[in-house]
Every structure is written in structure tokens, then in C-alpha cells.
Design a protein around this ligand. Structure first.
Ligand code: ATP
Length: 265
């Protein structure tokens, strides 16, 4: 866990974002990620998690999206003025929703593509591959299989492994648990936690699966309708009854109760 006084690696400051200058997706989202921290971004479908992550990796313009107010800085860089490729070279690497792999390439070929942006030697690439295989032993077994023939969990591990080949300092993940069996989800989060603990990797992870995300994160923010409605340590949020009711599925809210959290931060 990061010391609380470290200068943030990522600062998202009062970001408002729209699509096609018409559809408002974010209304003043703020959050930070300190070096060595795991921060979870929670919320239901359509709350704005993916939009926040696309803003952080400067991928909104590719979706006809735009930041209309506020700003984002990563390691002192103005994200909106830095290409996604340049951000990757500086260590801000995303794993987008849907575990995109090159389906006809083997698992190993997919992994190698992740290191292409760096001018690493063959020995560097071999070392980085060994590191990914140590983290995800299933990928070592499947290294010569076409990614398209692998299970959903193996494809998600391949997508994460490819991002790790770029040697990130901040890994940004969009719903890594989506559609995967609980045991696989646990494997993936445990691997992320290990990288965080052993190598100080900072992580920003969007999740609908709040239970698993809060178990592994240091802090979390809850998004609703493009606003942060709650933020705190993972332990604080996991202990709150309203969070349990609405996001952890541990209690059934009364039918007439508004399906939103009252406290706006
Ligand atoms: P999900 O889990 O479904 O991905 P989310 O929390 O990630 O949900 P976003 O995908 O960020 O939410 O969506 C936030 C809002 O922006 C929604 O109202 C959504 O309909 C809208 N939106 C998202 N992508 C686009 C797009 N490319 N064009 C127009 N509107 C979009």
C-alpha cells in the first residue's frame, strides 16, 4: 500500500466529458492514484467507468468523445495533449473492456506485441515473457495456442500480460472480471495484487464486481450517472450498509428506496 502522502501519479480533476458534444457522460469526476496504490472505480452499467478510463488513456477522441471541463495529469503530463502511444511509453498502459487479443496470433505472439513499443533487446523480451508466465502459469502452457482458441480467462490473462510487456507504472483495467468464473477472477486479482505488492505497480481498475474489487483495492470511488457519489478506503466502503445493498448484493434495498447513494462527495 502506498504511503498516503506520496504525490499522486494520476490526478483526474473535475472532469466533464461528452460524446459528440451532445451526450453528457461525466459531470465533474475527480480521483487520484498514488504510486503503489490500487484504486477501484465502481458503479453500475452506464455509470461512466469506461468513459473515465478512456479519458485517462486519451482514447475518448477515437470515440467522438471530448473532455469539456477539468483536466487529467499523469506523472506531470497533460493527458489530453499526449497521445495514447506516448502515454504507454511513459508507463500508462490500459487493458480495455472485452479482453482484446489478436485471435489468430498465438498467446506468445500476442504478448510480444505488447513489448514492441519499447526498444528492448531479445533478452529483455525473453525476460519479460518469463515474468508474465511466472505470474500466469496457464499462459505458459498455452503459449503456442491461437489466442482465439483460448478460454475467456486465458484471453483476459493474455490481454493483461500484453500490457505488462510494456512495463507499466500505472495499469488501467476495464472490468477484468467480466464474464469470467469466480475462481479465474480471483486468480487474476491475486496476480494484480502480487505485482502491486512486489513491484509497486499502481492500478486503476473499473469493476461492476465490487466484492472482489474492494477486497483487493486500497481505495475506491463509486460512480453514478457520471458523478462520484462516494469515495473512501476500500475497507470503509465495504463496511457501509448502502454500498453492501446496492453494489455488493448483500442486502435487498426496500422497493421504494431510491436506487442511489445519498452522499455526494
Ligand atoms: P459499462 O459497464 O456498461 O461499460 P460504464 O460505467 O463503463 O458502463 P460508460 O460506458 O462510460 O459507462 O457510459 C457512460 C454514459 O456514456 C452512458 O450513458 C453511455 O450510454 C454513454 N456512452 C458511452 N459510450 C458512448 C459512445 N461511444 N457514444 C455515445 N454515448 C456513449
Amino acid at each position: 500500500m502506498a504511503p498516503s502522502n506520496s504525490r499522486p501519479l494520476l490526478v483526474v480533476d473535475a472532469v466533464e466529458a461528452t460524446y459528440s458534444h451532445a451526450i453528457r457522460a461525466l459531470s465533474g469526476v475527480s480521483l487520484t492514484v498514488a504510486p503503489g496504490e490500487i484504486v477501484a472505480l465502481l458503479g453500475a452499467n452506464g455509470a461512466g467507468k469506461t468513459t473515465t478510463l478512456k479519458a485517462v488513456t486519451n482514447l475518448l477522441p477515437a470515440e467522438r468523445g471530448q473532455i469539456v471541463a477539468g483536466g487529467i495529469s499523469y506523472d506531470g503530463l497533460n493527458v489530453a495533449r499526449t497521445s495514447t502511444a506516448a502515454l504507454v511509453r511513459r508507463g500508462l498502459v490500459g487493458v480495455l473492456e472485452g479482453r482484446h487479443c489478436f485471435k489468430s496470433l498465438t498467446v506468445e505472439e500476442n504478448l510480444v506485441t505488447g513489448g514492441l513499443g519499447r526498444s528492448g533487446s531479445r533478452a529483455d523480451i525473453r525476460r519479460d515473457l518469463a515474468r508474465v508466465y511466472a505470474l500466469f502459469p496457464r499462459l505458459a502452457e498455452r503459449r503456442r495456442s491461437a489466442a482465439g482458441l483460448c478460454s475467456g480467462g486465458e484471453q483476459q490473462m493474455t490481454a493483461i500480460g500484453r500490457a505488462l510487456m510494456a512495463r507499466p507504472r500505472l495499469l488501467v483495467l476495464d472490468e477484468p472480471s467480466m464474464g469470467l468464473a469466480p475462481l479465474i477472477v480471483e486468480d487474476i486479482f491475486r496476480a494484480l495484487k502480487r505485482l502491486n505488492r512486489d513491484e509497486g505497480l499502481s492500478i486503476l481498475v473499473a469493476e461492476q464486481n465490487s466484492t472482489v474489487a474492494l477486497r483487493h483495492a486500497d481505495r475506491a470511488s463509486v460512480l453514478e450517472n457520471g458523478r462520484v457519489v462516494l469515495a473512501g478506503t476500500a475497507a470503509e466502503l465495504a463496511a457501509r450498509d448502502d454500498v453492501k445493498a446496492f453494489y455488493l448484493g448483500l442486502a435487498t434495498p426496500h422497493r421504494d428506496e431510491p436506487a442511489r447513494l445519498a452522499q455526494v462527495v
